[in-house]
Design a protein around this ligand. Structure first.
Ligand code: NAP
Length: 300
């Protein structure tokens, strides 16, 4: 019995590779079978024919799928194989309510469930340095620790089921503001005629530095936004934040502004690009002053 992995996307595949390196990965499953087949071949692990088959031969399952409905679909498919001793660790970013709903389904069948969303991007997933925010029982977290340590560096227990997702939602609000500030700052720098490579390298070391400036500033400089963290996924997260804030009677200005920006990017066909493609919206801010907008800019 070992760990099975479900959801081999941009994050899941490198996370599964790190589980394999730690000697913990037994088998993988992915909805599109080509991804499961190629990773299973690469790592020399089994490709499970179904989530049920995977659950029956695993002690622990790690999930990394897209959104609330996807998590709940996978949990429903797993339900017949749930049993005492099965531990399900969900690394997807979903709402706290979806995490609690998944937890109830698992508990009714004797299985344990942890919400364990991650932060650190595809780079953190590849390096095994993710920050992992955990909600659920302390005893389940203790059992999950080896698996989580194979994928992440900072593992924090925030409280009962749903608390990990609350921490992740907090992170996503901050990301919304930071990526916009980086995009606005670099558009400004370009208009001032200072070199963006030096700006990124130097300011990353200062008080205005951030993971996004250091890792996504170069995407803006190149005007190429390969999917690391897709606009659509962050939009999905921000809608979760919006709903969670609304439940407390609050509206979040940064979230509202980001949702407007993302709606514009998605309408212009950029929903599957990395969120740094928000530079397409900030670069034209200086066009009125006679600066050439960056290639691929979206007219505001
Ligand atoms: P992705 O590349 O789009 O991969 C999504 C994965 O989920 C794919 O393997 C997909 O299968 C699977 N999936 C989606 N819906 C499913 C369903 N209904 N049933 C079964 N499998 C399903 O996304 P990602 O970037 O890896 O993100 C995965 C999760 O991590 C998301 O919740 C995201 O918000 C979060 N996250 C992403 C990042 C990032 O930088 N990318 C960082 C932190 C957290 P198919 O291959 O068949 O489509």
């Amino acid at each position: 019995m070992s760990t099975g992995f479900i959801g081999l996307g941009a994050m899941g595949a490198p996370m599964a590779r790190n589980l394999h390196r730690a000697g913990l990965l037994g088998a993988v499953w992915n909805r599109s079978t080509d991804k499961a087949r190629s990773l299973a071949t690469e790592l020399g692990v089994r490709e499970a024919p179904s989530v049920l088959a995977l659950a029956r031969t695993s002690e622990t399952l790690v999930l990394c799928v897209s959104a609330d409905n996807d998590l709940l679909q996978v949990i429903a498919a797993l339900a017949p194989a749930m049993r005492q001793g099965l531990l399900i660790i969900d690394c997807s970013t979903v709402s706290a309510n979806a995490a609690r709903a998944a937890g109830r389904i698992c508990a009714a069948r004797g299985a344990e469930f942890l919400d364990a969303p991650v932060s650190g991007g595809v780079e953190g997933a590849a390096k095994g340095t993710l920050a992992i925010m955990v909600g659920g029982e302390a005893a389940a977290l203790e059992r999950a620790m080896l698996v989580l340590q194979a994928m992440g560096k900072t593992i924090t227990h925030f409280g009962p089921q749903g608390a990990g997702q609350a921490a992740k939602a907090t992170n996503q609000i901050m990301v919304a503001g930071i990526i916009r500030a980086v995009a606005e700052g670099l558009a400004f720098a370009a208009a001032q005629g200072i070199p963006l490579d030096k700006t990124i390298a130097t300011l990353s070391q200062g008080a205005g530095g951030s993971w996004y400036l250091a890792n996504r500033g170069p995407f803006m400089e190149r005007g190429a936004y390969p999917a690391g963290f897709r606009v659509r996924l962050h939009e999905k997260d921000l809608k979760i934040c919006q709903a969670m804030a609304a439940a407390s009677g609050a509206t979040l200005p940064v979230v509202e502004a980001a949702l407007r920006d993302y709606a514009q990017l998605i309408a212009a066909g950029h929903g599957d690009e990395d969120v740094s493609s928000i530079f397409r919206l900030t670069a034209p801010l200086f066009a009125a002053a006679g600066h050439e907008p960056t290639a691929g800019a979206v007219e505001a």
